[in-house]
Design a protein around this ligand. Structure first.
Ligand code: DO4
Ligand code: MG
Length: 297
């Protein structure tokens, strides 16, 4: 029997194991443990939080081995919120030919919510993210993502890189889906920090950088305190007129955007660190026009 220390923080992690592509585990101090009765994130998000927490706390006897993958399941939906920080509003007004829509949505009661990704378009930490071959400028969007169960309960926090083809969105906001949804456009991870382990999430720091070779070409910092919407409000709007039988991941928007003269290039490395949650690292490659049913970039 493997013992785990109570001094270390624990995380909800997904492992790609020999027998399972999306195996949920409890991660403690670099070890991964099976969670009784729960095989995937979707199984976990079908349970009320109290029930899942109790099973999570019982785990620790069966160690699992595999490769760390994005903390989602095969049938997960990843959604995004937009223009939820002043910096995102300003950057979009600067880059867009139609700036007023961003000001209006920043001030409106109803948030901007959009469908972002399926599992097939999502990678975890240390995997490659893509920039569209037909985009002129592309940027990372470093965001805190909330993981919500089918009962609208907040289970935990993770990190999302909401990759965006900047000039495509800038040309016309109606191109948003093409700017945001393509193969390799989404990274989530490295793991989910259970909400009951975070004392106060209201002002967690968010740091991001782009490295090119040995240089840092951009770095910036913000904090969740700058988020202009509450998690509760975002969840309430996400669940309006629709249900999420296996829960959802909602990325809450970016508060840091590179200046207009910075665009991602193949070979760049994007690193996003959120206090208490972890660090998501992804190398940038070009997503070809014809991905030819590749499994990975
Ligand atoms: O309005 C377009 C998308 C905004 C977005 O993704 C963000 O603010 O993070
Ligand atoms: Mg975003």
């Amino acid at each position: 029997m493997t013992q785990q220390s109570t001094q270390h923080p624990s995380f909800i992690a997904v492992l790609h194991t020999a027998g399972h592509k999306y195996r949920i585990t409890k991660a403690v101090n670099g070890k991964y443990f099976a969670i009784p009765k729960v095989a995937t994130i979707s199984d976990a998000l079908e349970l009320p939080i109290a029930e899942f927490k109790s099973l999570f706390e019982q785990s620790g006897s069966e160690e699992l081995f595999g490769t760390l993958a994005a903390p989602i399941a095969a049938d997960s939906e990843i959604w995004g919120a937009g223009v939820t920080y002043q910096r995102s509003r300003d950057a979009r007004k600067e880059e867009s030919d139609i700036p007023d829509v961003y000001q209006l949505v920043y001030e409106a009661d109803r948030p901007e919510l959009f469908f972002k990704a399926t599992a097939r378009r999502t990678v975890g930490t240390n995997a490659n993210v893509g920039i569209r071959a037909d985009a002129l400028t592309s940027v990372p969007e470093p965001e805190v993502a909330i993981v919500v169960n089918k009962y609208r309960e907040l289970i935990g926090l993770t990190i999302c890189n909401d990759m965006t083809s900047r000039n495509i969105e800038g040309e016309n906001p109606l191109y948003l889906s093409q700017a945001k949804i393509y193969f390799g456009s989404n990274a989530v991870g490295p793991m989910i920090r259970p909400i009951w382990e975070i004392k106060d999430h209201s002002s967690l720091s968010i740091d991001a950088k782009i490295e090119r070779g040995t240089s840092i070409v951009w770095q910036a910092q913000t904090s969740l305190a700058q988020l202009n919407r509450s998690f509760t409000d975002l969840i309430e709007y996400l669940f309006r007129c629709q249900s999420f039988p296996v829960g959802a991941v909602l990325s809450t928007g970016t508060g840091i955007v590179p200046p207009l003269d910075i665009s991602l290039e193949a070979g760049d490395v994007v690193t996003i660190t959120v206090e208490e949650i972890g660090t998501l690292v992804n190398k940038v490659v070009v997503t070809p026009l014809d991905i030819n049913e590749k499994e990975n970039l």
